[in-house]
Design a protein around this ligand. Structure first.
Ligand code: BGC
Length: 253
């Protein structure tokens, strides 16, 4: 196992997979391969914690571990679970992961917050001053707001009511898929969501992530909001990189 001070470890817990790997914090790059196990169904805290341990053990990694979860984490407790087993609500996440990962430093944070930290430092937001907003467009919509690299955690803008409906219920990539919408139809909805966000937060830049950002050349040009929108560049490693960054700094949200 590589062991240098600039290496850290992140695990990103998503609806379909639990992915992790060793991250070089100087470059934001993965050292070696990413390892993925399927997210257990039902995705209960105990089952997911076992999956996270499996990913960590795959690398024989014994150092600190950062972990993302798709919900609000405050004071070491998971508060919401919009797209994961409801058993997470009220779970003491440090106790949970401490049980399967043993006595080591851990940071547990929201998935979009982690992706935002990574994209802001190493990806689409690198070199941009001021307020940057990252949105993950997947099963739900995750959000992260950063100012000059500092995160405001747990913003949860995917649940903002816009034109009478939660943003993630009208503009996530899952909604596009479920309804069979064209990019034109979907970007119309997404533009309205971005317009609502920019009217309140006035970011310098939106970074859009999630699987659909891989085809961003097909739809970013169709957006009609004012603020520039760029695709996430770290692709499927942003959450892992952000988790690794978080534990390195000892972040607790
Ligand atoms: C959750 C957020 C999460 C996002 C993406 C939303 O439904 O409330 O916490 O960041 O989905 O996973």
């Amino acid at each position: 196992m590589p062991d240098a001070t600039n290496l850290s470890f992140g695990v990103d817990v998503g609806g379909s997979g639990i992915k992790g790997g060793i991250i070089d914090l100087d470059t934001g790059e993965m050292v070696g391969d990413r390892h993925k196990v399927l997210t257990p169904q039902p995705s209960t805290p105990e089952a997911v914690a076992a999956g996270v341990a499996e990913v960590v053990e795959h690398f024989d990694w014994t150092g600190p571990v950062g972990i993302t979860l798709p919900g609000v984490v405050t004071d070491g407790t998971m508060r919401t679970a919009a797209n994961i087993d409801k058993g997470w609500i009220g779970t003491d996440v440090y106790q949970l992961f401490g049980t399967t990962l043993g006595d080591r430093r851990l940071s547990v944070l929201n998935d979009a917050d982690a992706a935002g930290m990574a994209e802001d430092r190493f990806g689409g937001g690198a070199g941009v001053d001021g307020v940057v907003m990252l949105l993950t467009l997947g099963t739900g919509i995750g959000s992260a707001i950063l100012i000059n690299g500092t995160l405001v955690p747990n913003t949860e803008l995917g649940h903002m009511i816009i034109h009478g409906k939660e943003a993630e219920h009208q503009a996530s990539s899952k909604v596009k898929e479920d309804k069979g919408w064209s990019y034109e139809k979907w970007t119309h909805k997404l533009s309205r969501v971005l317009e609502a966000y920019e009217a309140l937060f006035w970011p310098k830049l939106f970074i859009v992530g999630g699987g659909i950002s891989r085809k961003s050349d097909k739809w970013i040009p169709l957006l009609t909001n004012s603020t520039p929108v760029v695709p996430a560049t770290l692709r499927n490693t942003a959450g892992i990189v952000g988790a690794a960054m978080a534990v390195d700094t000892g972040l607790r949200t």
